[in-house]
Structures are given as C-alpha cells and as structure tokens.
Design a protein around this ligand. Structure first.
Ligand code: UD1
Ligand code: CA
Length: 470
C-alpha cells in the first residue's frame, strides 16, 4: 500500500484574534510551558507524513510571520492571509485556490490546541486512509462540553453533522461528544461543499463544520476517530484556559516522568515542560521550574526551587539546590547551590562544586574544581583541582575596547579571597593569588602573586588615641 498512499498536506487555522485573550498578540503566539501554541502544534504536525503546512493568518499576521522567521518550523510552509475573518470555512477557502493540482488528504486543524500529540494526528490520518472516507473527523467525549460544536450521529451511529454550541437546541447541548475541529478531507472531492458553504447561522460565519453535514447529505462516506484523552485536543480561548493548558501539560509531563522512575515530591508544585528528560532515580524537589530543552541524568537531586531554561544538560549524580541554570552543561557528580547562577554557555566537568552567590557565565570549569562562595567567573577557562576563593571576581570587560577578555586559571591554581583577575590574564599551574590581590599581569606556574598594599601595624595606638570611655 505504501506506494499508492495519497500525499497529505496540513492546514492550520490561525487567523482569529482570540478576542477573549484580550491581547495584542495573536492567540497562537501565547506560550504553554515555554513554547508558543503554534510551535507546539507545528512540532506535532512536522513529525507526520505531510509534505507542506499551510497556515492561515489574519489578526496581527506580521507577528506570526516574524515568529516563524525566527523559529523555522522545520517543514515546508506557506502563509495565507484571511482578512477579515469570516469563519473557519472561509479560512480554508483562502488556502484551496493555491493548492495547484494537489490531490490527496488535507489535514485541517484549528491552531489553538497546544496539547495535541503527533500520535493522535497520525491515528486520524491512518483512520482516514483506511476508511477512504471523504471526511474523517476527530471527536472526543467531555464532561463539560462548554462551547464546543456537538457531534450529531444517526441511529446507526454515523456522524451526520456538527452543530455549533450557539446554534444548538437544548437537547443537542446535552451531547457530550464534541468537535475538537481537526479533520481529514479528501481533496478535491470536498471542493463543491466548501464552495457551497453559507453563513446562515447565529454568528454569520462560514463554518467549516458544515462540510460534515454537506458530505452526509451528498451520501459521501464520513468517518470518525475518537480521541481518548480530551485534554489533548482542548482549544484555548481565554487566559483561564491557557493557565489550565499549562496545568494539563505539566500533569501529563510529571506523570510521564514518574512512570519513568523519577521521584517528583510535589507534582502540583513542580513545573516541567514536555521536552525535559530525566533519568531514573533522580528526585525533583518542590518549587522547581524546568522549562526548555533540558536533559538530566540519573541519581540527581534537583531543587528545591531550582529554575532551568534554554538548553541544559546535567550528567548523573548531581545536586542543584535553589539555583538558576540556563544554556549550560554540567558534568557528573557536581554540587551546585544554594543560590548559584549558571548564566549561559558554561561547561562544567565532573565533580565540580559551585557554591552560594556564585555567578558563572561563558566559562569552562575543570574536574574537581571549587568555586564555593560569592564569586563572579565570566569568560574564563578554569582547570582541574583549582580553587577559586571566596569573593574572587574576573574583571572580563574592558571599558576602552568595549570587549570581553578571557581569564585562564590553570590546573591546581588557587585564588585568595577577594581577589580580582583583570582579563586578559592567566594564572599558571599551581600558582597562588594572595587574598586581596588585583592581578593585572600573568602569574607563572608555581608562583605566589601578591598585589595589595603592605600592612603596617602602629603599636600602642589604642592607648594613645583610642576612645578610653568605651
Ligand atoms: C471551532 C469549531 C467548533 C469546535 C471548536 C474547537 C467552527 C465553526 N467551530 O469553534 O465546532 O468545537 O473550534 O476548538 O469551526 N479561525 C480562523 N479564521 C476565522 C475563524 C477562526 O483562522 O475566520 C481560526 C482561529 O484562529 C482559531 C481556530 O480557527 O485558531 C478556531 O477558531 P475559534 O473562533 O476559536 O473557533 P471556536 O468558536 O472555538
Ligand atoms: Ca476555539
């Protein structure tokens, strides 16, 4: 069958304003666990066997265009302008004249469903190919049907129509099988139906849902695939539903991780995005926010109150307590925190210790090295078994050249408390920087560098000048 499989194209409807969001941003650019609704649905679509995605835009379309330029979806796509927005059927009409001679399956979906999974779309596509129906739609069963379109089936159980909530009778409103608005259409077989849509309804819109009634009336075959988990196909229409989608996606993710052997102590108080992977026998303590492209090994203890973002890789057996980590790599057995800030482009080798009130940026830290207290290490290469003393600062920015320079601290070197390394500067192997030193010159291996005012003791000073009453 593989060779005879009809090609498929996806159509995402994203022209609407999403009035109830009360936002300057198009609804589909709002984020759910760190990723826009549109990017999430594109992730699901691009993993399918579809050759192109047509995206219908309208309200604030420039923002969507700019977003896609910055975040290319990784699948051929085109934008189609719908102005004004006269309904979901009208939206599809903006695409079809530009399909050329395309013959095959149009997978059409509203674009406000951030939790949609690839597997569900794949099941819909497979169901459509198998049944060879003109229209195959996804449906789902819900407790609260809200404003969803209701699925009308005949006595034999065949789907014969979708009725919008606003147009439904009291009796129809009791139906709990609803329309997530995700369909497969056989193109160009549905073309006459699309051309014939009217707007005789409460909203004066051209409803895509009317295509199902049209197909049934024309006695064209229709089929339905029921999605088991309604949460996955829930549409976002308001900030409250957006918050709910965050919660749902969080619940799905923490449950998946727990099934994979991760202890999550407070499932409701831990925010983890679905991209995150965590190895078995790791523990995530309460208050963590791990949102991004994050990979954590086994046997780690993360949190409480640790925040990670961007691309983060953490190897096995690390502990990261009350800290912020973005775009960094952490080796095995490292101990980070409390209150450490690993700010972008750091690579830590194994067994590194980063302590309280330490900020690292764009730095490489060698095996078994400690930066334990109150330091800023930026644009630096620190070797192994080195010790960066309390309050050490790398002065990496040159105000004249406006450039950042690198600091090198070789294996086994150590810096005393409150020392400053004015980059570019290097500390040779085993070298020691005395406390309070401002290093402006390279220090050779094995040397002690002292660069501070010499202390002078004035003997008997208190007896002569001190406050005798105290
Ligand atoms: C739609 C369905 C409803 C279904 C629900 C699922 C219709 C008529 N109704 O209703 O049966 O239960 O989705 O969430 O299709 N859009 C456009 N152009 C338009 C109008 C909408 O591109 O002219 C896009 C929006 O950007 C949005 C999507 O279509 O992404 C759905 O629009 P929305 O207004 O939210 O439709 P619902 O009223 O929820
Ligand atoms: Ca909707």
């Amino acid at each position: 069958m593989e060779g005879t499989k009809k090609p498929a194209r996806a159509v995402l409807l994203a022209a609407g304003q999403g009035k109830r969001m009360k936002s300057m941003k198009p609804k589909v650019l709002h984020e759910v666990l760190g990723k826009s609704i549109l990017a999430r649905i594109l992730d699901a679509v691009k993993a399918l066997d579809v050759e192109h995605v047509h995206i219908v835009v309208g309200h604030e379309s420039d923002q969507i265009r700019a977003f896609l330029e910055k975040n290319p979806p990784g699948i051929p796509f085109s934008l189609h302008l719908q102005q004004p927005q006269r309904g979901t059927g009208d939206a599809l009409r903006k695409v079809t004249p530009e399909l050329g001679g395309f013959k095959g399956t149009l997978l059409v979906s509203v674009a406000d469903t951030p939790l949609l999974q690839r597997a569900t779309l794949a099941a819909l596509l497979a169901g459509h190919r198998e049944s060879q129906a003109t229209v195959t739609l996804l449906t789902t069963i819900v407790d609260d049907a809200k404003n969803y379109g209701r699925i009308i089936r005949d006595a034999a159980g065949k789907v014969v129509a979708i009725v919008e909530h606003k147009d439904a009778t009291e009796e129809q409103r009791k139906i709990q099988e609803v329309n997530p608005a995700i369909y497969c259409f056989d193109w160009p077989r549905v073309e006459p139906g699309l051309d014939g849509l009217t707007n005789n309804n409460t909203q004066n819109e051209y409803y895509l849902t009317d295509l199902i009634g049209w197909a049934a009336k024309e006695k064209l075959p229709t089929a339905a695939v029921v999605a088991n988990d309604w949460r996955e196909v829930a549409g976002i229409n308001s900030r409250i539903e957006l918050a709910e989608a965050n919660r749902l996606l969080r619940d799905i993710t923490v449950n998946r991780l727990a099934d994979e052997g991760v202890t999550i102590v407070d499932m409701a108080g831990t925010w983890i995005s679905p991209e995150v992977q965590i190895g078995p026998d790791s523990t995530v303590l309460p208050g963590c926010h791990l949102v991004g492209d994050i990979k954590i090994g086994s046997g780690c203890v993360i949190g409480p109150h640790t925040v990670m973002g961007g691309r983060v890789v953490v190897a096995d057996n690390c502990s990261i307590t009350q800290s912020l980590v973005t775009n960094s790599e952490i080796g095995k057995g490292c101990r980070i925190g409390p209150f450490s800030h690993l700010r972008d482009s750091n690579v830590l080798s194994d067994e590194v210790r980063i302590g309280n009130f330490v900020e690292l940026k764009n730095s490489n830290i060698g095996h078994n090295t400690n930066v334990s207290h109150l330091s800023y290490v930026g644009d630096s290469d620190v070797g192994s078994k080195a010790n960066v003393g309390a309050g050490t600062i790398t002065a990496n920015y040159n105000h004249l050249t406006k450039k950042k320079n690198r600091t090198r601290i070789a294996d086994g070197a150590s810096t005393g408390s409150n020392s400053v390394l004015v980059a570019p500067v290097s500390l040779g192997e085993g070298a020691v920087l005395a406390a309070g030193t401002v290093a402006t010159k390279d220090v050779p291996a094995g040397a002690l560098a002292v660069g501070r005012a010499r202390q002078e003791n004035k003997l008997g000073w208190t007896d002569r000048f001190g406050n005798k009453d105290s």
